[in-house]
Design a protein around this ligand. Sequence first.
Ligand code: PMP
Length: 355
Amino acid sequence: MTRKFNFSSGPAALPEPVLQRAQAAIWDLDGTGIGILEHSHRGKAFRAVLERTTARIREVGGIGDEFAVLFMTAGATHHFTLVPQNFLRAEDTVDICHTGVWTAKVMEETRRFGKLHLACDAGPTFDATPDAVRYSASPRYVYYVSNETVYGTQWQAPPAGSPAPLVCDASSDIFSRPLPLAGHGLIFAGAQKNLGPSGISLVIVRRDFLATRRQGLPPLSDYLTYEREGSMSNTPNTFGIYMIGEVCTWIREQGGLAAMAERNARKAKLLYEFLDNSRRWRAHARVGSRSSMNVTFRGATPELEAELLARAEERGLSGLAGHRSIGGLRASIYNAFPEEGVRRLVALLGELDPP
Ligand code: PMP
């Protein structure tokens, strides 16, 4: 059976050499005679994996010691609650840059802990990241989602001129381009798009920001527990940590984040150029805000969209339906997604767009 081109938004396509290495490591990790799924998290072999993964992340991301690198057995959604719980008191205000589905969920959670100021609002169409951000007088932090997975928009640079540390949900574009650490207090990302499997998240948190968290939280809800215990206060997702390390090694082999950015831009351009010149297909996101990770688009009619999905499936192009909340189509083309898959999609769209 041949593998399909997987356009899923996450869990998503992983680099094939990584999958092959992982297959071998499930049987026998680094010649230890025990597989990665079976090794004790307290043993020497897994310790080496954890150290290797952390070192790779720091190297690939250019992350210095002023930041702690944490792994949490939690999806990105957990952080929607944990961030305000750790950093917000009832009298504090958070400035939110509202760009779609993922900030709407965060707003709901944040209101349970403190006040909210809408610093910008891309609604109701959510087809661009806002030009102007109006900060409140003294926000506790400024929250944004670097890449809006559902609507297919992406901040080309972090919101400018923030008067407080930035907190970023980078779940759907982490390590797709050089990491803009300046100004950030905390960056979190669920792993299942660009880093590895689902159910584990990476947190990059500035140590001085971490020091300002609220005291007295339950240990597993307190970011400091993970920093103090080296992400090992309880049994971590050992396989997830292994996979993230291997994916980072692969990124390094490809030439690092600058090379990733170049390759992602090239893939996205193929698709956007086609859409901009088509009569029957059009991109949702506006120029200047377009995501290089999730290309959202519409067909002229629902019938045309249905036909595309059916034909795509026949050709092994899988996972192109848009998010259930907005419909349409979405091609998720993360780091590991091959350019050949994008070419095949463009060819198919072209067949359904005769001159
Ligand atoms: N944030 C963003 C930007 C996402 O795209 C997603 C998942 N698609 C999430 C958060 C939620 O991640 P999880 O399901 O791992 O909690």
